[in-house]
Design a protein around this ligand. Structure first.
Ligand code: ATP
Length: 233
């Protein structure tokens, strides 16, 4: 569904991606993992079109999206839960959910406000609270709900469980597993390897702007040297 082929991206004269190649297959959960500063968020920005890649090709559903403006890429059916959540602080939970809602990809069974509130019952208790009045976990649920309201075919989560308490993290993993079981394709960036290994199909480890290892969860969890070398665990 998504394919990056030898993508190079820079911030001015500083190069951050050095031939990033990865793929997300339909209906699977794929992870992009690596230590801080290795290029994960830059990869996400390159996919979403908020950073222009200098070379390489990015395809979504067979269509080249490199160079397209971010709004067109979102409209093709890629939903993003950004690093740091970035919910609209001065909008209510309800407003956050409906402000950007759409069904560009033409889903037959689209996400609606009611469905999102059923999926995250905690949000229904906070419907009239502003984004900045929510806990970190509630903000994360809101960020995921807001992305679902775009009815994406691919959902990208950048550090979805960062800084959350273990119980909330577990709830987020359960929800992501449900989304996977419903057929959604997911690209996950996270550090809690042991927790996501159970739901993920394929992993890509990134080091200095390129993929240095790829494999399945068994391969990742079994290889202590791999984890120590590239993830510092
Ligand atoms: P983290 O988990 O800390 O977010 P990351 O793997 O997502 O790390 P990136 O944020 O993609 O890493 O950063 C990749 C490289 O690009 C780093 O060397 C970083 O210093 C550099 N970089 C990131 N943002 C900028 C920027 N706005 N200007 C210049 N260099 C940047």
């Amino acid at each position: 569904m998504l394919e990056l082929d030898q993508v190079e991206t820079c911030y001015g004269t500083i190069q951050a991606l050095f031939g990033m190649s990865l793929r997300c297959d339909e209906g699977q959960v794929t992870t992009l993992i690596g230590r801080n500063g290795m290029g994960k968020t830059t990869t996400v920005s390159s996919i979403m079109g908020t950073l222009l890649s200098r070379s390489g090709i990015i395809r979504f559903d067979g269509e080249v999206i490199t160079g397209k403006p971010a709004y067109q890429i979102a409209q093709l059916g890629i939903g993003l839960v950004p690093e740091g959540r970035q919910v609209f602080p001065n909008l209510s939970v309800r407003e956050n959910l409906i402000a950007t809602a759409a069904n560009y990809a033409g889903s037959d069974d689209p996400w609606t406000l009611e469905r999102v509130l059923e999926f995250f019952p905690r949000l229904s208790e906070r419907l009239d609270n502003q984004g900045n009045q929510l806990s970190g976990g509630e903000q994360q649920m809101l960020a995921i709900g807001r992305a679902l309201m775009l009815n994406p075919r691919l959902l990208i989560l950048d550090e979805a469980t960062e800084g959350l308490a273990p119980l909330i993290r577990q709830e987020i993993w359960r929800r992501l597993e449900q989304l996977k079981n419903s057929g959604l394709t997911i690209l996950l960036i996270d550090k809690n390897i042991d927790e996501f290994a159970a739901i993920a199909d394929r992993h890509f480890i990134v080091e200095k702007g390129q993929v240095v290892w790829q494999g399945n969860s068994d391969g990742l969890t079994a290889d202590a040297e791999l984890k120590a070398r590239y993830l510092g665990i």
